[in-house]
Ligand binder design. Structure first.
Ligand code: NAD
Length: 374
């Protein structure tokens, strides 16, 4: 049998996390990892994923990668939030219980507000209600309990305005009227709402979903054209909007693309960020970084912390237009791909706030010395 060579610090080093918390609660069967990547801008907020990871190493790598991504997403969206995420190792269909989520809630409570959780793949509103019995540091709870409810409409709206900023750059006007847009995963929560915005503005919709029956209302209401899931990459259109799965921009698909813009809500669209982000640029395709234009969901739960108001959340999400425009500007000025320009924007904001915080500490220290040491 091969010797297990998994070394925790070898995996953790390099991501720059402030804290990684391992939670093991035998009575409820909870095995979870919380990754707090950064709290420079505010508490680390990010969802809790429940998944049957093949190994502890795979779970750790996932939480590290996802929580780092949340830092960038919050920073670029201009939110006073850091980046965090949690994973629960287990089968979400068979291993959930009140005891498990309450135990998880107590671990979060122990972090004194440094991490705030929410639902993610494999967890839902009901699970968050159990977490909320143990801690206030949870978002994504139902509207009737003071929460923000389904984030998809706000995510779709942010994706739509981000797409408009790209259209302005490529076509000279930000109107989507007459533009052919392929929406992958159009039958999903975000996809449906996105199609509605696009249709209202006169875009021509081309839609696909692995469950074709989910597309029927979209065809009926918006006159969309259905294509097979495998046709989305090579179909001739202006915009491709990946709104189903990650890693869809890869070695096989890039060569097929005939569009001028890739702008969708799916997380982690680039299979290899550096390689495929550069490849899109080389092909003359404008890429809207996913975490920039799908930040509406995060903006929505952030609004929950201030006392939820859908209008305010939508207004804040409309700012994604300007953020996307400034990323395009940086990308042009510095001749770098948009995914790098958005990373630069995130780093600049985090660095600036961190400098201010450091200066404040020095100032307070000096004041203390002046007052107390003569
Ligand atoms: P969803 O599960 O409701 O919708 C996904 C849709 O994609 C489903 O209808 C599914 O049948 C379809 N699909 C799956 N594989 C497909 C394929 N190969 N080709 C075509 N269709 C396929 O999920 P959602 O909440 O709408 O989220 C969509 C994407 O946006 C996900 O990647 C999610 O991580 C991301 N996202 C969602 C939110 C949000 O607020 N819901 C926020 C940020 C990011």
């Amino acid at each position: 049998m091969a010797k297990n060579t998994f070394k925790i610090f070898d995996v953790v080093d390099g991501y720059g996390h402030e804290q990684v918390v391992f939670c093991s609660h035998e009575e409820s069967g909870l095995k979870a990892i919380i990754g707090i990547h950064s709290t420079t801008l505010g508490p680390a907020l990010g969802g809790c994923r429940m998944w049957t990871y093949a190994s502890d190493e795979e779970a750790l790598t996932d939480v590290l990668r996802l929580s780092q991504g949340m830092t960038y997403k919050a920073a670029v969206a201009g939110l006073n939030l850091g980046g965090g995420k949690a994973v629960i190792i287990g089968d979400s269909r068979t291993q959930k219980s009140e005891a498990l989520f309450r135990a998880f809630g107590r671990y979060i409570e122990g972090l004194s507000g440094r991490y705030i959780t929410a639902e993610d793949v494999g967890t839902n509103v009901k699970d968050m209600e159990y977490v909320a019995m143990e801690t206030r540091n949870v978002t994504g709870i139902p509207i009737e309990l003071g929460g923000s409810g389904d984030p998809s409409p706000v995510t779709a709206y942010g994706t739509y305005v981000g797409m408009k900023a790209c259209v302005k750059e490529v076509f000279g006007t930000d109107s989507l009227s007459g533009k052919k847009v392929i929406v992958q995963g159009a039958g999903g929560n975000v996809g449906r709402h996105l199609c509605e915005h696009l249709h209202k503005e006169g875009a021509e919709l081309i839609v696909s979903d692995i469950y074709e029956d989910k597309l029927e209302p979209i065809v009926k209401q918006f006159g969309a054209l259905i294509i097979k899931p495998e046709e989305v990459y090579s179909f001739d259109a202006d915009i491709f909007s990946p709104t189903a799965l990650g890693a869809v921009i890869n070695d096989e698909t890039i060569d097929k693309l005939k569009v001028k813009i890739v702008a969708g809500a799916a997380n982690n669209q680039l299979k290899d960020e550096d390689k495929h982000g550069q490849a899109l640029k080389d092909k003359g395709i404008l890429y809207a970084p996913d975490y920039v234009i799908n930040a509406g969901g995060l903006i929505n739960v952030y609004s929950e912390l201030e006392g939820y108001n859908r209008e305010r959340a939508l207004k804040k999400a409309s700012g994604i237009y300007d953020v996307m425009a400034s990323i395009i500007e940086t990308s042009k000025n510095e001749n770098i791909p948009t995914y790098l320009a958005s990373r630069e924007l995130a780093h600049k904001r985090i660095q600036a706030v961190s400098d201010v915080k450091r200066l404040r500490v020095y100032r307070d220290l000096n004041l203390f010395k002046m007052r107390n040491l003569g």
